[in-house]
Design a protein around this ligand. Structure first.
Ligand code: F6R
Length: 609
């Protein structure tokens, strides 16, 4: 999710790499660094904070090089410090490595290296990878060969870029489930995590395939597969302008981020579900603390609050652990009952939301245990909580939150499973859950394939005056999020409620033209959901069913249906159903000509109460 840059050629590579990082700045980051080849070996300059900090450091000791690699980091393993910033050296500083993604088995590898006497300067998985590659390289042979052998030991998602002080003007990189693009120039070659960082230099681009490695010199690009077989160089001409390149070719960040969700789920699970241990969440409380906790309060705002509702659903269903969810703005002034045995969980994408931060301070003052589920690792909420779990969704740029929601629900699910494992909850099917979570990215990709159907439904419904979002259990909670997306970006009034509540009042609003979106993913409620659909249709309302029901019960009752393939757990199906809702909001907003990435009156980070 972070930014990668690399240049070899006749220009000053340090300045080119810096310029490339500048062009990736829009993605967000919390530290940055550059490694360059000099006559005295590799020099690494890296700093926590913005690129201005790195600039000051570079200006203090100006250097020229013909080969350099650069990185802007979005902290995952270890906070945003100088030491944790990339690139990292191996044990004897022969190579420098930078990395996007997560090496899932880094703890295992670290134990092995420690047994061999290695010590580390950072808390990152990247430094472990650097040592493993360095060891392979010390056996002899080329850097490309050493990297090819070393990555066979890595589990997870990664794009790794390496330079060595034994092979001048050579950059080696490998890609596994984390993007990497090579730019072909005249007497110079480049690489980057994203196309915007290449565009000022070249428009001839190769997108590296899974498992492939590349070796760049100023005159040559060599591609090999995981078995070392040479591959043909096939480049593509890119004619995107810079703005559309930043959005990965999508019209808006919101759509890009919706489409990133399969990858975000993978990223969020990486290293957290293992075949040996089931669910493993690093850095939370010790087992005896979990045994003591008898109540959970989840505190958040907006979309993060909706993720919290999903957390409540699972905590109570799976763990029978009483859980309340509070709007942070209400918690703060609501004089909440706080017991010493309770746990307060703060969910936040930005980690800077003023209401959530104020509620956190109140809990800390009352000595309540606090746990953050936060996307921005170096943020205030992440730093202030006793423990924090990173959602690993990567920078979210669209004001309307999409991928962060999914990541928050996944982390809450992992947390529930972690606690259940610690407490040996009877009847828990950890292995089945772990497998279902592993299958989820593929199912999410399939749900995204519904986009054309969503577009034709959006075209039919574009003039609706009001939209209900209805469901039961987890489907109701997901409906709250679907409704928020629709109001935020398409400015369509919504009414969201549990489906059974309709007849207690909101039904009075139904008339011709009014649309009701029903999430229907829990088979034991289907009969009741169908009755609610009929109540709407009897008042001339239109019903859109979003379902994984293959029996046809929901499709037969609805006027319009979006149907997707189910996971084995209803809870995960409810989560998947948010994707068509996000797409529906997006396409309705597009058809209505709304400002999608920056909706009126809204800000990405709400730092005032
Ligand atoms: C909705 C949205 C907001 C945020 C809310 C909390 O799309 O983005 O409702 O969810 O402002 O923000 P964070 O998660 O940064 O605390």
């Amino acid at each position: 999710m972070c930014g990668i840059a690399g240049y070899v050629g006749s220009k000053n590579a340090v300045e080119v790499a810096y310029d490339q990082l500048k062009r990736l700045e829009y993605r967000g980051y919390d530290s940055a660094g550059i490694a360059m080849q000099t006559p005295d070996g590799i020099r690494v300059v890296k700093k926590a904070g913005t690129l201005n900090h790195l600039r000051a450091e570079l200006d203090a000791h100006p250097l020229e090089a013909s080969c350099a690699i650069g990185h802007s980091r979005w902290a995952t393993h270890g906070g945003p410090t100088d030491a944790n910033a990339h690139p990292h050296f191996d044990f004897d500083q022969t190579i420098a490595v930078l990395h996007n993604g997560i090496i899932e088995n880094y703890l295992e590898l670290r134990d092995e290296l420690v047994a061999k006497g290695h010590t580390f300067r950072s808390q990152t998985d990247t430094e472990i990878a650097a040592h493993v590659i360095g060891l392979e390289y010390s056996q002899g042979g080329s850097l490309l060969e050493a990297v090819r052998r070393a990555v066979k030991r890595f589990r997870g998602a990664y794009a790794l870029v390496i330079i060595s002080n034994r092979e001048s003007e050579t950059i080696v990189a490998v890609r596994q489930a984390s993007p990497l693009v090579v730019g072909l120039g005249e007497g110079e070659n480049l690489l980057a995590s994203d196309i915007p960082a290449l565009l000022p230099y070249t428009r001839e681009v190769i997108a590296l395939e899974e498992g492939h490695l590349v070796e760049l010199t100023r005159d040559r690009v060599r591609l090999v597969d995981a078995d070392g077989r040479e591959l043909p160089i096939v480049s593509k001409h890119i004619d995107w302008d810079v703005e559309s390149a930043e959005r990965g070719g999508y019209d808006h960040f919101m759509r890009k981020e919706i489409h990133e969700q399969p990858q975000v789920i993978r990223q969020c699970l990486a290293g957290r579900i293992t075949p040996e241990d089931g669910v493993r969440l690093e850095g939370t409380f010790s087992d005896n603390v979990w045994a003591e906790i008898d109540r959970v309060n989840i505190i958040a705002c907006g979309t993060a609050y909706h993720a919290g509702l999903m957390g409540k659903h699972l905590f109570e269903k799976l763990l029978r652990l009483p859980t309340d969810v509070y709007y942070a703005s209400e918690f703060r002034y609501g004089d909440p009952v706080l017991s010493q045995k309770s746990l307060a969980i703060f969910v936040s994408q930005s980690g800077e939301t003023a209401d959530t931060l104020a509620a956190l301070k109140l809990c800390k003052k009352n000595r309540i245990r606090t746990l953050g589920i936060v996307n921005v690792v170096g943020s205030s909420i992440a730093r202030e909580c006793d423990r924090t779990i990173a959602t690993q969704a990567g920078p979210e740029i669209s004001v309307a939150s999409t991928k962060a929601y999914t990541a928050q629900v996944i982390v809450l699910s992992l947390l529930a499973l972690h606690i259940a494992q610690v407490q040996e909850t009877p009847g828990l099917r950890v292995e089945e859950w772990a497998q279902a979570l592993r299958d989820l990215p593929e199912l999410a990709s399939q749900v995204l394939e519904l986009e054309d159907e969503v577009i034709s439904i959006a075209e039919k419904l574009v003039d609706m005056p009001l939209c209900f979002f209805l469901g039961r259990g987890a489907d109701a909670y997901v409906g709250y999020e679907g409704a928020l997306k629709l109001k935020e970006v398409a400015y369509i009034p919504t009414q969201e409620s549990p489906a059974g509540e309709m007849k207690h009042g909101p039904l009075a609003l139904v008339e011709e033209g009014v649309v009701s979106v029903f999430g229907a993913t829990e088979p034991f409620t289907f009969d009741k959901v169908v009755s609610n659909m009929k109540e709407v249709q009897a008042r001339a309302g239109t019903v859109l069913g979003i379902t994984c029901d293959s029996t046809g019960t929901i499709a037969k009752a609805a006027d319009l249906t979006l149907m997707f393939s189910p996971s084995r757990f209803d809870f995960l199906n409810a989560l998947l159903s948010v994707i068509p809702m996000q797409l529906l909001a997006y396409h309705l907003a597009r058809l209505r000509g709304c400002s999608i990435d920056q909706p009126r009156n809204l800000a990405k980070s709400v730092t005032v109460e």
